[in-house]
Design a protein around this ligand. Structure first.
Ligand code: MD3
Ligand code: FE
Length: 203
């Protein structure tokens, strides 16, 4: 049932559906404490994806660079803690993909609307590239781009729908990846929006 994209990358279709209601409730509670915002890249561009975080570390970008920070720069307070339903989902998905004992300390929450895209990049801001990344797709569907070790390598297109979970580790951990501009669409629970949870061991 699990789909392997390559060594180290596994798609678990619908894995998050059993936890849909508590996940959406937990996201609402986090966003009430730490609202979505459009970060500025070090080059001065506004990211089209809106972001917030939960966990002891949150990913932030500004003119000074990219980093993990325990404090939300907008509020001056710590990010909301990882809800139990987040932690359990990430740990069980990682275990299913062969990464037993995954203990995330960071969840980046990305919000996409129709037209929003994420250009090809690598995730290199974490301390230990031996730790996998778990991503959870919710809301309207997206086409995920899964590239190679070089930015110019051809990218595979992977459609991701509400409830799909992907685990990326081992030799897949430093592959380039991105998201194509979302098509106009509607999801019964989330409206005109896709939310992606990205769980990492950052510190
Ligand atoms: C493949 N987010 O936040 S998650 C990101 O859908 C990010 O919001 C995308 O890329 C999103 O950095 C994709 C899937 C993902 C995350 C990390 C990876 C795929 C990855 C690291 C290596 C290879
Ligand atoms: Fe990424």
């Amino acid at each position: 049932r699990d789909e392997s994209l390559c060594a180290g990358a596994v798609v678990l279709r619908g894995f998050a559906l059993a936890d849909e209601a508590p996940l959406l409730q937990a996201i609402d509670a986090i966003v009430a404490q730490a609202p979505f915002r459009h970060l500025i890249t070090p080059g001065g561009l506004r990211m089209s994806v809106a972001m917030t975080n939960a966990g002891s570390l949150g990913w932030v970008s500004d003119r000074r660079g990219y980093r993990y920070d325990p404090v939300d720069p907008d509020s001056g307070k710590r990010w909301p803690p990882l809800p139990d339903v987040f932690r359990k989902l990430a740990t069980s998905a990682a275990a299913q993909a062969g990464f037993a004992g995954f203990a995330p300390d960071a969840c980046l929450i990305n919000r996409y609307e129709p037209g929003t895209r994420l250009s090809l990049h690598q995730d290199r801001d974490e301390r230990d590239f031996g730790q996998p990344i778990v991503s959870v797709s919710l809301g309207i569907p997206a086409i995920f781009l899964f590239g190679g070790d070089q930015r110019s390598d051809a990218a595979m297109r992977v459609p991701l729908a509400h409830g799909d979970v992907v685990v990326w580790g081992g030799p897949a951990r430093l592959r380039h990846h991105g998201v194509l501009p979302l098509k106009p669409n509607h999801h019964e629970a989330l409206g005109e929006c896709r939310i992606n949870l990205t769980f990492r061991r950052a510190g």
